[in-house]
Ligand binder design. Structure first.
Ligand SMILES: Nc1nc2c(ncn2[C@@H]2O[C@H](COP(=O)(O)OP(=O)(O)OP(=O)(O)O)[C@@H](O)[C@H]2O)c(=O)[nH]1
Ligand SMILES: [Mg+2]
Length: 353
């Protein structure tokens, strides 16, 4: 059995090795044509979610989680099913919805992490009233690539999360990137929910996978969820587990705004779009924000959530993950891991990712 101290030592050493290894994700250059996303009708923006609606989700009602796994174990398919289950997308859209890039559609693999915000009603039994209580939650899901070349995408996604679904193919079992990604999540102190997927396959052996998870990661077999993202079996347990087992984001709602810049891309019409996680405070359209890395100041022209496309809200509150459009002219100004903060305010930069 891997004891907690031994596990932590192994995780540290694995994460150090990953950090020192030349990162192919930073050196691989994909042709521009393959990196473009095509806006199909279902990928076009939807009507906005109002600021007052978003204000109903304080940190206690928010969960931020990644889906991590070895390549092809079913992360993006599971993400699709969760988006369908919450009504964020319609059923029957075909290939993996969050694999938006041309290269992902052509090759059937994920190369870029994608965030999507979902609204979900969670019902629990109330022993006092002998009835049930239902509360609404805002869930931010980040689908990550499983291929080793893109592991940097996983590390930076985890920086915006408090938990992760560790998906393992029920027939293949634990593989190289299962181990590497488990260590990344473990070292980031995330709550890890094991999900044994593809249980519909004739060669599925969930008991063997449970034994592997126990032996390698000291995960209690009873914690594993058994799912088939293909048939839908077991999926109804996933979001209740996310709410019950993953902590809400920490952060101070009353402090000046401080946010982590997770990713950026250039849109022909809107300019630079930054993905951010709000750590403290709130950011509103019209606010002035500064970059801790460059010292430059920008005005917030648009802000919103990925629901699952750009959906303006006019504001993002503590613990929420979304996008911001400022006057940045080039993605070179948007440094991944930078702390963006309220202009003319001195803040402590967030830990480097
Ligand atoms: N039989 C079966 N096939 C599945 C299931 N979930 C996913 N698949 C299939 O497995 C293949 C890979 O699925 P993806 O969702 O793209 O896997 P992924 O983990 O996102 O892959 P990368 O992002 O490239 O690492 C696809 O052909 C899916 O249709 C499942 O529960 N059962
Ligand atoms: Mg994928």
């Amino acid at each position: 059995m891997a004891g907690a101290a031994a596990l932590r030592r192994a995780a540290r050493s694995a994460v150090r090795k990953l950090a020192n290894a030349p990162s192919p994700s930073r050196t691989i250059v994909l042709p521009e044509r393959l990196l473009s996303s095509q806006a199909s009708p279902e990928h076009r923006p939807r009507p906005g979610v109002s600021a007052s609606e978003l204000g109903q989700y304080p940190p206690e009602r928010i969960r931020n989680f990644s889906i991590i796994a070895h390549v092809d174990h079913g992360k993006s398919t599971l993400a699709d099913r969760l988006l369908e289950l919450t009504g964020t997308i319609q059923k029957g859209h075909g290939a993996q919805y969050l694999d938006k890039l041309q290269v992902e559609k052509e090759r059937g693999i994920t190369v870029k992490a994608q965030t999507a915000t979902m609204f979900y009603k969670h019902t629990v039994e109330n022993p006092d009233s002998h009835g049930t209580d239902t509360s609404s939650y805002l869930l931010n899901l980040i689908d990550t690539p499983g291929h080793v070349d893109f592991s940097y995408e996983v590390s930076r996604s985890l920086a915006a999360c408090q938990g992760a679904l560790l998906v393992v193919d029920a027939a293949q079992g634990v593989q190289a990137q299962t181990i590497a990604n488990f260590y990344l999540a473990f070292e980031s102190n995330l709550s890890i929910i094991p999900v044994i997927n593809k249980i519909d396959q004739p060669t599925a052996d969930p008991d063997n996978v449970k034994a592997q998870l126990k032996r390698l990661f000291d995960i209690d077999p009873s914690e594993a969820l058994l799912t088939s993202a293909k048939t839908g079996q077991g999926l109804s347990q996933v979001l209740p587990a996310v709410i019950e087992r993953i902590p809400c984001p920490p952060g101070n709602c009353d402090s000046p705004v401080r946010m982590l810049l997770l990713d950026s891309y250039y849109d022909e019409y809107k300019g630079v779009i930054c993905h951010v996680a709000i750590v403290d405070g709130a950011m509103r359209k019209g606010d002035k924000i500064s970059s801790a890395a460059t010292g430059r100041t920008y005005e917030v022209f648009d802000v919103g959530i990925m629901h699952p496309e750009l959906t303006p809200t006019g504001v993002l509150y503590t613990g929420q993950v979304g996008y911001v459009i400022t006057g940045m002219r080039s993605t070179k100004e948007a440094r991944i891991g930078d702390t963006l903060h309220q202009a003319k305010t001195i803040v402590e930069p967030l830990p480097v990712i």
